[in-house]
Write a protein that binds this ligand. Structure first.
Ligand SMILES: CC(C)(COP(=O)(O)OP(=O)(O)OC[C@H]1O[C@@H](n2cnc3c(N)ncnc32)[C@H](O)[C@@H]1OP(=O)(O)O)[C@@H](O)C(=O)NCCC(=O)NCCS
Length: 182
């Protein structure tokens, strides 16, 4: 196991300056990423990544329902994480994340997700953050379970990917749970 102490994980605000690196990262791992992420097949060029980053930056300025970050491991772009579907009324949102293949298996997402939860329950003032992961998405479910998310149940056919419905596990973390764990 790689010691996380030797691995510096940072969350960066999205910026169009990362478009080329972001597209290259998606492109090198698209075979793995497309299995659970429906937007991967539609990401075909640097311009697609530029528009994605520009959209997030606009959203952030206009009080968006999504907070997104680029994930760096030791100064290298490794993936993305976000809290999407934010309801300001209910103070809740959903955590989403991905890593390029070569950064998987080092604990990078565990650390990135912990930082995103700190932001979600801190500056964003959320009370509840959920993760929805395909029942067969064992790596994503393991991220949720290692962080201490509580499994609430399975959504029947909660995900539609590549022409097929998949049952999905829903997990949640409450602000009070997270404070007690940190
Ligand atoms: C989901 C995803 C981000 C998980 O990545 P990951 O690297 O497995 O997750 P973590 O950062 O929590 O790392 C855990 C792994 O690192 C290993 N590890 C190594 N050093 C570690 C450390 N210091 N601390 C914690 N884990 C460590 C763990 O043993 C584990 O590997 P294993 O399962 O082979 O034993 C990745 O598989 C992915 O991007 N998948 C495709 C996109 C996707 O499905 N997104 C989620 C949609 S719901």
């Amino acid at each position: 196991m790689t010691a996380i102490a030797q691995t510096r994980v940072a969350l960066l605000p999205p910026d169009v300056a990362y478009a080329e690196r972001l597209f290259a990262l998606i492109d090198e791992s698209r075979g793995t990423l497309r299995v659970w992420l429906p937007w991967v097949d539609a990401t075909r060029s640097v311009e697609d990544s530029r528009q994605f980053l520009a959209g997030i930056a606009d959203g952030a300025r206009n009080g968006a329902v999504c907070a997104s970050w680029l994930v760096e491991r030791n100064g290298e772009l490794a993936g993305c994480i976000d809290i999407h579907g934010i309801s300001k009324l209910h103070r809740s949102g959903f955590l989403g994340y991905w890593l390029a293949d070569r950064f998987v298996g080092e604990g990078v997402m565990g650390e990135a997700a912990a930082q995103a939860l700190d932001a979600g329950f801190g500056a964003l003032e959320l009370n509840r953050i959920a993760i929805l992961a395909g029942v067969d998405n064992t790596r994503s479910r393991a991220v949720a379970e290692r962080l201490g998310f509580v499994r609430e149940g399975a959504q029947r056919e909660g995900l539609y990917l590549h022409g097929r419905y998949h049952d999905a596990c829903q997990y949640s973390m409450l602000a009070g749970d997270w404070r007690a764990r940190r």
